[in-house]
Ligand binder design. Structure first.
Ligand code: ATP
Ligand code: MG
Length: 300
């Protein structure tokens, strides 16, 4: 669906790039397939945000090309408008995203610019505010929201655009566990509707549990791409990219290694399944069964 071919990006430094110019992306070639959930991992400064901002044309590669549905991305006004209708980005910093006076105004801004009817805009705004659990904040001043509330409002704004691809830069950072779960539920709903999701995160437990594919970035390049199990079983990759092993997988592997648990094929991805595993029950919850099914399918 989206393909980047050898993209490179450099931030200008001060004094015309003489000092402090940073090579933030280095020959990044990746394929994003329709309908899948991607988790993008990597240490601070690895290039995640820079990469994500290329996906809807906010940043333009210094060299290399980007293709959307096989068509090369160009940067004219109309082409960018079309691209941004299809690819929505939730920024790492919600302050950058929100600019209207009230939450409802902010969420309605995108749909209104799509030229939709008043009723349709209203429906989308209400639905996305409810989905993000912030309907009661609709008349509040954006400026005075807490950080987590701002993040949720920014997510609602992008959902209301109903794009084909949603790019989320650390969407759960700073959220409490209830809102984190809520946002993950929203993502599941979007995934069910066929929306392609690409999320950067430092939460490897979430990436392991949630993603169909994991992309690891390191020093502006791609260090690895694979299923969660492939990536999180690669000790060398985890070490070199400063990524910690998901807790469920770590405990599972240690129990197997110490002979305290027999490997019966299904590998747990969530806490409850690990407990079932310990109880000798391999009939995991549907989430893990489905996840393991996907793994097998992808490995073929
Ligand atoms: N506006 C900018 N001007 C100059 N350099 C920048 C700018 N934004 C990012 N960089 C540099 O580019 C590199 C990649 O940064 P980027 O923000 O993409 O990393 P990241 O993986 O998103 O990190 P984090 O996990 O901290 O969000 C870093 O070395 C960073 O210092
Ligand atoms: Mg970032």
């Amino acid at each position: 669906m989206i393909e980047t071919k050898g993209i490179t990006f450099k931030y200008d430094g001060i004094y015309g790039g003489k000092y402090g110019g940073v090579m933030a992306l280095n020959d990044v070639s990746l394929r994003i397939e329709r309908g899948l959930r991607y988790a993008l991992l990597g240490a601070n400064g690895a290039g995640k945000t820079t990469f994500l901002l290329h996906l809807n044309g906010i940043l333009r590669p210094l060299s290399g090309k980007i293709f959307y549905d096989g068509v090369e991305v160009t940067y004219g006004r109309k082409a960018l408008y079309d691209l941004r209708r299809r690819v929505g980005v939730v920024f790492q910093d919600p302050e950058v995203q929100l600019f209207s006076a009230t939450v409802a105004e902010d969420v309605s801004f995108g749909p209104m610019n799509l030229g939709l009817s008043h009723d349709e805009v209203k429906r989308r705004v209400e639905d996305s505010l409810k989905a993000c659990g912030i309907y009661e904040l609709k008349d509040r001043a954006v400026h005075f929201l807490s950080h987590g509330e701002k993040k949720l409002a920014a997510i609602a704004g992008v959902i209301a655009m109903e794009p084909q691809v949603i790019v989320l830069d650390e969407p759960v950072t700073g959220l409490d566990h209830i809102h984190r779960e809520k946002v993950i539920d929203i993502f599941s709903g979007l995934h069910g509707k066929g929306v392609t999701l690409i999320m950067s995160t430092h939460d490897t437990d979430l990436a392991y549990e949630w993603a169909d594919r994991v992309i690891v970035m390191n020093n502006g390049g791609v260090a690895g791409v694979g299923t969660p199990l492939e990536i999180f079983s690669d000790e060398k990759l985890l070490r070199s990219s400063a990524i910690y092993k998901p807790v469920v997988l770590d405990i599972y592997e240690r129990l197997i290694g110490r002979g305290l648990l027999k490997n019966k094929g299904d590998i747990p991805r969530v806490r409850d399944d690990l407990i079932r595993c310990l109880e000798g029950d391999t009939a995991f919850s549907r989430s893990t069964e489905a996840a393991n099914g996907r793994q097998i399918e992808f490995n073929r």
